[in-house]
Design a protein around this ligand. Structure first.
Ligand code: HEM
Length: 146
């Protein structure tokens, strides 16, 4: 993947506004509510049956932060995302057996969380750079599947 200087600068500037804890919780909550089949992988999280339960679930909170932590690392190493996510990809493929289609859904939800948080600051070029970043992450996470 080639990143232009503008794309790198845009991602760095958008990323300064990301709050790993809060946005992470929002991303995972929205994933569970919008794509409820994704909840099947998280039976160890206790009650995630509805929006209120999800909002108050501390494991959802902690895991959202963990996911955004991985994205944070990727955002700071744009030229090395494939290597960086190598082990995580294998974990999702071989141990967690997560259908990789779900990575796209999480990416979508992430973009929506950012857009609703940033409002007009989420310009078309910011959107484009973030979308490209997500595509690279989804691709890297898919590598352990083949
Ligand atoms: C665990 C990141 C998408 C299901 C994890 C962990 C990270 C992570 C960092 C912790 C791994 C560890 O402790 O070694 C990501 C990223 C994603 C993503 C960056 C996409 C951008 C998904 C999706 C699903 C999923 C879409 C399912 C729909 C799981 C499950 C665990 C896990 C079930 C184990 C949770 C537990 O029991 O603690 N993920 N993940 N992940 N992920 Fe993902």
């Amino acid at each position: 993947v080639h990143w232009t200087a503008e794309e790198k600068a845009t991602i760095a500037s958008v990323w300064q506004k990301v709050d790993l804890e809060n946005d992470g919780h929002n991303v995972l909550s929205r994933l569970f509510i919008t794509y409820p089949w994704t909840k099947r992988y998280f039976s160890s999280f206790g009650n995630i049956s509805n929006e209120t339960a999800i909002a108050g679930n501390s494991k959802v909170h902690a895991h959202g932060k963990k996911i955004l932590g991985a994205l944070d690392n990727a955002a700071h190493h744009l030229d090395d995302i494939k290597n960086l996510l190598h082990d995580l990809s294998h974990t999702h493929a071989s141990e967690l057996h997560v259908d990789p289609e779900n990575f796209k859904r999480l990416g979508e939800v992430f973009v929506i969380v950012l857009a609703s948080k940033l409002g007009p600051a989420f310009t078309p070029s910011a959107h484009a750079a973030v979308q490209k970043f997500i595509a690279v992450v989804v691709d890297a996470l898919g590598h352990g599947y083949h």
